[in-house]
Design a protein around this ligand. Sequence first.
Ligand SMILES: [Fe+2]
Length: 289
Amino acid sequence: MDRFLGQSHAIGLTDMHFIPYKRYLLADNFLRASGGGFDTQLLARLCDYASGCAIVQFGSAFAREDYIKLATAIAHLISKPSIQGPGGSYYGISKIVDDDNPTLKLLYPYANFSLHADGVFEDNPVDWLMMMQLREQHVTGGKSRLLHMADWDAYDVFHDDPANQVIRHGLLEKDGRYDVFRKFTSLEPSRARILHKRDGMNTVKFVDQYVIPETIAQARFIERFQASVESSPQVYETALPVGSMIILNNNFWMHGRSAFEQHPHLEREQLRQYGCFTEEQLQGISQHG
Ligand SMILES: [Fe+2]
């Protein structure tokens, strides 16, 4: 960390926001500071269906800006992150406080945030996602909830259900959230099965807020599917301390968050990034077995 931060001292938040090549300089600095090989190991881990997950802990002693540098470096070692911040940035930061009526469901602290996979729209595919804890105060609860589709016993039953049809993922017309999303997507809905077997993997595409059923049968299927994953004993919960990041393969991991305990001064800031693997990366992985 000290080597990386020392080498990256001259690159500030403003540089990272406005000058794309500086982000790759951070990635290079991290690679050099870590002795090389981190990028290929991480990529292999993320693409490995038997794992597809990495938790990296850097410790809580560093500044918020340093964590953003780290997250930027590592994201650019994986692949170019997609735009997702409301200001058109390549990362987003969500801030959770004691608020009973936030603008987005993600920001509501006092209920479980249900299991889902990221990526909704046609032009917004997501192979990998990163969440990094930047800062927190008065936090109890709020753990990461994770479920690998190979661990979910009922996958085949739901996959083979006649109601597991191609379904629309997007927003209903005139949804108030259009203004948030149109900054990084054309908003064209995607059409896909919630559960789909591909290349030997049990994949999933699901966010309850953004699946648009057109029949009662589809709605009932979604209800049963959601109840089953949420109650699966294979859901893994882990606290993500400040200075830690989790990176997941979004094709076969679902993620969510447990409820926070109520506190008037609750505060948590989490950075999020996501993106797609490139063809070259996937070929490189398969060539190396
Ligand atoms: Fe998410």
